[in-house]
Design a protein around this ligand. Sequence first.
Ligand SMILES: C[S@@+](CC[C@H](N)C(=O)[O-])C[C@H]1O[C@@H](n2cnc3c(N)ncnc32)[C@H](O)[C@@H]1O
Length: 211
Amino acid sequence: MNQSVKFWDKIADKYSKQPIVDEASYQKKLQITQEYFKPDMEVLEFGCGTGSTAIIHAPYVKHIKAIDFSSEMIEIAKGKVENRDISNVTFEQLTIEELEVEECSYDAVLGLNILHLLKNKEKIIAKVYKMLKPGGIFVTSTVCLGDKMKWFKIIAPIGKFFGLMPLVKVFTTKELLDSLIDIGFAIDHHWQPSNSQAVFKGLFIVAKKSK
Ligand SMILES: C[S@@+](CC[C@H](N)C(=O)[O-])C[C@H]1O[C@@H](n2cnc3c(N)ncnc32)[C@H](O)[C@@H]1O
């Protein structure tokens, strides 16, 4: 089994019980995202974890397909909608790399706290661009360790080798924004929480595909 899948499977239960690190920033990101939503929107969330964000957004859109490669994360997510009146969220165990999707099929794609965990984020950004309808949005929150913690590049492979952390890629805010712009996205909104330990709280971006 892929070592990163193993890592996320192992910590899924603990992850689901952890309080949100910065509730105010999380709420602000939810609110900004919902300002873009419309009731007829088809949404994909990849790396959905235990599904909390998809469940919160569900009342504002038509349907959310939420995927994660960790079966343990997906099991917890499915448990959260069981016996509740939520019929427009579908959870599925799947990697974003393996997801088969038609061009121009989604109005919005969410990739929250995941781009820095991908082997090849450029490939996935291009995939997201293709699957979005013209004018569609890509909402991301990404830890850009390259801004202040370049040295993490040395630690990350060692931590992964010992199973202490998943695959973590180190890049700067500028590098991430450039990757989105190079593919064709326009940056509609970006915000970096500026309180303590801000680097771990994720650069929030809403990127738009041109019409
Ligand atoms: C840091 S957690 C973020 C979870 C959730 N998006 C959040 O913001 O709380 C990263 C999640 O991405 C999933 N993941 C990592 N790489 C993935 C991939 N290539 N395809 C699908 N899921 C992936 C992990 O299993 C994990 O649940």
